[in-house]
Write a protein that binds this ligand. Sequence first.
Ligand SMILES: C[S@@+](CC[C@H](N)C(=O)[O-])C[C@H]1O[C@@H](n2cnc3c(N)ncnc32)[C@H](O)[C@@H]1O
Length: 259
Amino acid sequence: MACLIHRMKNERGWDFSGYKLKSLKRRVQKVLNVHHVADFDEYYRMLERDPSEYDKLLSTITIKVSEFFREPEVFEALKKQLLDSPPPWTDKLRIWSCGCAYGEEPYSVAIMLSEVFGPKAARRSEIFATDICKEAIEQARRGVYRIEQLHNVDTDTWKRQFRPYGGLNKINNDLRNHIKFGVLDIVTNHPIPNVHVLFCRNMFIYFNKTLQESVFAKLDYSLKKGGLLVMGVAEIVPGPFAGRYKRVDGRLSIYRKTA
Ligand SMILES: C[S@@+](CC[C@H](N)C(=O)[O-])C[C@H]1O[C@@H](n2cnc3c(N)ncnc32)[C@H](O)[C@@H]1O
């Protein structure tokens, strides 16, 4: 396993050495099973013969489970925060979904802004959506989803924001063009600066403590003072940073950066 991690770093620059080993091993085993390869040596030969296999490997070892308005109560609480202290629309509201999977999260935010503040206000924000996985970003840019991914979207919102697309559902171009998608590996790349609302949900659960702290330092750099940080419901701000982040809701992992 250590050797595969080393190869990925050398060949592609992805550093998985701080990911939790148990879940990583399970995912890699899945790749070996799919290819019916008996051991790592045979898989390394495969990677040498066909370097595009690295992208497929990355796509399988990253877990991209998501859905529109995942944990709707989080979006409700965020909406309340934004309504209670509306953003100064003189400034563009900068929002970043870090680890956006197939785009469900940033599109949910764009829909929420448009529904709450109207399409004009939504356009006065900038939404960045990034992920380590190129295949996920390409799919996110297409903005096409199965109906099961939309079960938290009510019918009226669906009518306003989606259209049927060959048995699937396509997000409206207005919203789609509003989001800047890009590949960004938060472990090895620089973060996006001057962000007012930062989503980093359900990614830290795959990191060990050391990696959680070093990645959090980047998120901390990125988020403006007074900004909102949305983490997964099972995730918390790491100890060294906890004093500067105040939970805005007793239960959910939504924090305001206080200093
Ligand atoms: C479980 S999904 C979470 C998606 C969404 N944030 C949510 O909560 O529904 C975790 C995402 O983190 C991405 N990811 C993992 N490691 C990453 C890294 N080093 N840099 C950027 N994204 C990463 C994965 O590709 C995956 O899309």
